[in-house]
Design a binder for this molecule. Structure first.
Ligand code: HEC
Ligand code: HEC
Ligand code: HEC
Ligand code: HEC
Ligand code: HEC
Length: 252
């Protein structure tokens, strides 16, 4: 009796999980992929490959509309052209749309001059998609970021302040070093066989990740004091952890 019962319970859980997934699932992309006449094919491919596509962030999350139907008229009800100021993908609205999921960057961005420009209807400044792409959730390398700042702050840009871009590149090079240190530590910790010890080290790793995330978020003010302070803390913690890991055998 027992094995059968637990088998049934397992099956039940499995089916419920299946239903929940189907309810969350979005019809938008299914149809757009099936229709060669659907616009923005490149956008579609970028979505498909991106962390958004892979993590079930459906089209409706940014565009609105009704994702539960295959009837295009109903699906598209409420979807506005990006040039409409009420569209959630309008460049002025985009920070709030992206920010509903990415709260940390959004909050910092609101402290920036760039945000003030957007809100004031001055379109010379960047919005989220200027650095991350419209849908692909791209993270720029420090070198590409420098180039991106320079498109506007370089000598020929609309707001020339060229020293700024090279400073930014150095800071983000530093950030990438700390991220590598954390990855390295992560690899070592996985190989620690003592459970309690591993948990303790894992907690320390998490303690180093917190200020790293804070630094990345703070970067969205484009004035980098807070980024620098958090990054220094993250680096201290990552280095202390690596030193500790170096002083203990990986396997017992
Ligand atoms: C049954 C197929 C189908 C479904 C479902 C569908 N679309 Fe579309 N969509 C199309 C086609 C075809 C076009 C181009 C012709 C048109 O504008 O109707 C289009 C156009 C669009 C456009 C361009 C702007 C516009 O309205 O013309 C956007 C944005 C869009 N769809 C987003 C979505 C989103 C978001 C969803 C889900 C909430 C969705 N679509 C569901 C087929 C579909
Ligand atoms: C992470 C947010 C996000 C997601 C998810 C997303 N888009 Fe977009 N989409 C945008 C942005 C931003 C633009 C550019 C708006 C502009 O032109 O300024 C855009 C532009 C478009 C356009 C061209 C503009 C128009 O309305 O004619 C279409 C069509 C479109 N998206 C369809 C889709 C479809 C279909 C999906 C799902 C496969 C999708 N998008 C997923 C953010 C998103
Ligand atoms: C409905 C929630 C949602 C919305 C809206 C959304 N995202 Fe995302 N985003 C996610 C998820 C989920 C991931 C993948 C998991 C992760 O990396 O956090 C992600 C990943 C990212 C990443 C990559 C992070 C990394 O570490 O690789 C960037 C950058 C990003 N999104 C930017 C944006 C931008 C810009 C917009 C608006 C145009 C946006 N997102 C809209 C949920 C969202
Ligand atoms: C001027 C460029 C720029 C603009 C504008 C910008 N970002 Fe970023 N964003 C960055 C940089 C640089 C990073 C860090 C890249 C890295 O970690 O390598 C980043 C990182 C992120 C991440 C990853 C966070 C993590 O913990 O890994 C998300 C999500 C994100 N940004 C969302 C947004 C959103 C939402 C907006 C608009 C409110 C926005 N960004 C505007 C440059 C920008
Ligand atoms: C799409 C163009 C654009 C991009 C990309 C851009 N900026 Fe700006 N930024 C502006 C404009 C325009 C202003 C307003 C200048 C003014 O008020 O005269 C501004 C203002 C600023 C300010 C406010 C202080 C000041 O000098 O006016 C800082 C700081 C800043 N940007 C840093 C950066 C950094 C760092 C990057 C790259 C990570 C960057 N910006 C990317 C257009 C841009």
């Amino acid at each position: 009796m027992r094995p059968l019962m637990s088998g049934l319970i397992l099956l039940g859980t499995f089916l419920m999980a299946g239903t929940a997934y189907a309810q969350q699932d979005s019809r938008c992309a299914d149809c757009h992929f099936a229709r060669p006449d659907a616009p923005a094919q490149q956008h579609l491919r970028e979505w498909d490959r991106s962390p958004h596509g892979r993590n079930n962030v459906g089209c409706q999350k940014c565009h609105g509309g009704n994702e539960s139907t295959t009837e295009p008229f109903i699906a598209h009800r409420g979807i506005l052209s990006p040039s409409n100021p009420d569209s959630p993908v309008n460049r002025v609205k985009l920070p709030a749309t992206c920010g509903s999921c990415h709260v940390g960057p959004y909050v910092a961005f609101q402290d920036s001059r760039h945000y003030q420009l957007l809100q004031g209807g001055d379109h010379r400044g960047p919005t989220c998609s200027t650095c991350h792409g419209e849908v692909d959730a791209n993270l720029l390398s420090p070198k590409s970021l420098e180039a991106r700042c320079n498109e506007c702050h370089g000598e020929k840009g609309t707001a020339p302040r060229s020293a700024r871009a090279s400073e930014v590149r150095q800071l983000y090079d530093g950030l990438h070093v700390v991220r590598e240190q954390i990855k390295l530590a992560e690899g070592f910790i996985k190989r620690v066989s003592d459970r309690a010890r591993r948990q303790e080290l894992q907690d320390e790793l998490d303690q180093a990740k917190v200020p790293l995330t804070r630094a990345i978020n703070a970067g969205h003010k484009y004035v980098y004091d807070d980024l620098q302070a958090s990054l220094a803390t993250a680096q201290q913690r990552a280095e202390a952890l690596l030193a500790r890991l170096a002083n203990q055998p990986a396997r017992r």
